[in-house]
Write a new protein. Sequence first.
Length: 291
Amino acid sequence: MLNYMAYLLVLLAAILWGTTGTAQSFFQGAVHPLSIGAFRLAIGGFSLLLFVIVARKLSVRTIPWPATILAAISMALFQPLFFSSVQMTGIAIGTVVTIGSAPVLTGLIEWIALNRKPDRIWGSATLLALTGCVLLFANKGQQLVDPVGIAMALGAGFSFAVYALVSKSVLKAMETVSAVAVIFSLSACCLLPFLLLFDVSYITVPLNFSLIIYLGIGATSLSYLLFSFGLKQIPSSSAVTLSLAEPLTAAVLGVAVVGEVLSGLSWLGVGLLLCGILILTIGDKRGVPAS
């Protein structure tokens, strides 16, 4: 696979993630976002697991269990930490701290644990994208900043960073579809008990059921397959920086579909985010292999 194609696959994954907010805005009735997260992982993970079992593509002996379990726990922890941070600090701050901290934390972990020092292209692209992300949410009303909520957002960012780094080693030992199927099935098992805490009768509404299926298949299994295919070819830090296309997509869809209005400052943020993504995608002409 060409290096550029790997970047584009990760970018497509982030665009799919960015559709989740718009999709959730169409749910009818009271819906707790954490129950949506549990359903997403269950549908995405178990559907892929069923596919690889039926296709006989899964070999239990090839599964690197320590890394797989750590990746699954990281993805499972991301859901309650992120949704709790959003509830405590507001959507804008929770999103910016979570998604903004993940690329920085990934780069630091790669530097410290893997002795891979971030290059200038990654640094410049990440700085532009993070600045754009902050400006994008600058006009949003906020709740009182809660230190515990900020800590949870940082925890969510760290969880995603760990997932990106650890799943890379799983992908080296397993075929991509099988790896994603096992990781997300285990993550779903961790979150299924949360469904007992919430009213999930909303799933019986046809529109809500269709949205859940889309979130599970399109915005989870398909998106993380794309992310994983790309992650095999590029550094984890670059892949996580490209995930900043998620809030960019959400903002554009909010304007185009939901009818939201962005300020001039937010549009400046959109431009900076695009610049950061473009620099990272086309800036490295050397085709540096992933670590």
